[in-house]
Design a protein around this ligand. Sequence first.
Ligand code: ZN
Ligand code: ZN
Length: 241
Amino acid sequence: MKSGLLSLLACPICKFFPLQLKIFKWETDSDKFKHLESIIEEKKIEDLKKDIQIKVLKIENEIKVKDYISRSEKPLSDYIKELDKIYDDILSIEDKSNTKSSKILDLIKNDLFNKIIEYKNNSGIEKQPNIFEKLKFNIYLLNWFLFFAEIEEGIMTCRKCNRWYPIIETIPQMLPDEIRKVKHEKEFLQKWKDKIEEDVLLKAEPFNLENYLICPKCGHGFETLEVKDIICPNCNLVFNR
Ligand SMILES: [Zn+2]
Ligand SMILES: [Zn+2]
């Protein structure tokens, strides 16, 4: 899944949006992210152009932009409004992958949107004719992050109904409660438990890890309400919670 999809998604159960997205692992080659660090330091926009194409038209004094966010050619002032609309979505993304990508996200959250706020406060294009040049590098970076980089594993949570949805092998799994694969998805929670907040791990709907245990000997995961003398159904080890 690409992070940009978040702007098109709502919770399938309660329809709330935006969902909160946590990225655990990228499918995109980690070399790409390492490389991106030098791209950021030296603002090498040409290197970003290899992965994403943004159409920028300059007709006399007017600039029109078409990218993965606006989808059609828009005059710059309208285009900036489109960017502004996805600000809440961007703030809902957290990168827990321990790669350089979190730096990119920080840069987008801070630098790009600070410039947009400054632009809005200065009341638009007339007062800031060079605004596109100021934003350009960050716009490339934003498109790269949202529409080129592919998430392999992550989680989406809904703040309203408290549900969680996994992203497994790049696919967001947003199924109704009754057909969710409980065992498989609990194993997923267990796998990433260090990157998920306790509230989700132990309380989220439609199921969580509150009564889930991992056998210390064989690693088998199972449900139990017992505190003492728990017997692993796989290897028969007796242990306490
Ligand atoms: Zn919901
Ligand atoms: Zn066991």
